[in-house]
Design a protein. Structure first.
Length: 157
């Protein structure tokens, strides 16, 4: 698993927005920026839709006031799902990242295998990156939602 002080792996992901989908390497996406990256098991799932993503939508201005350039939400879902979920959640101030095949999630060592329920997913976590280097990494225990909340990340900045 990636650790604080390490550089995020160079992997292609897809950014989904109202303008469409754009494939981009994480080096280019996160380079030169202070980023809050949070990941969750799946778009349109109960905790992810009711609490995790909405917390970042509500606190986006507060995070940006602390010097955050980008708030990014990642899930092992396809770009169409991430685009629709972002629109449904009024997440226009967030960068929605589709890690469709799980390449970044696997490279980070943060895979959650759910078997027939959903297959390969991401563990729930939040990290702060500065120029692609991990400065904070909060990975949730199984079936927990405590340390990756927007409020926790905000208080750590």
């Amino acid at each position: 698993m990636i650790q604080v002080g390490e550089k995020i792996p160079a992997v292609d992901v897809t950014v989904a927005s109202a303008e469409g989908h754009k494939k981009i390497n994480t080096v280019d996406l996160f380079g030169g920026k202070k980023v809050v990256l949070f990941a969750l098991p799946g778009a349109f799932t109960p905790t992810c839709s009711a609490a995790h993503l909405p917390g970042y939508v509500v606190h986006a201005d507060d995070l940006k006031a602390k010097g955050v350039d980008m708030i990014a939400c990642l899930s092992v879902n396809d770009a169409f799902v991430m685009q629709a979920w972002g629109q449904a959640q009024n997440a226009e101030n967030l960068t929605m990242i589709a890690d469709g095949g799980g390449a970044l999630t696997k490279a980070l060592g943060l895979v959650l295998e759910t078997g027939d329920f959903g297959g390969t997913r991401s563990q729930r976590y939040a990290m702060v990156l500065e120029d692609g280097v991990v400065k904070l990494l909060n990975v949730e225990a199984p079936n927990s939602f405590e340390v990756s909340k927007a409020e926790v990340v905000l208080s750590a900045l």
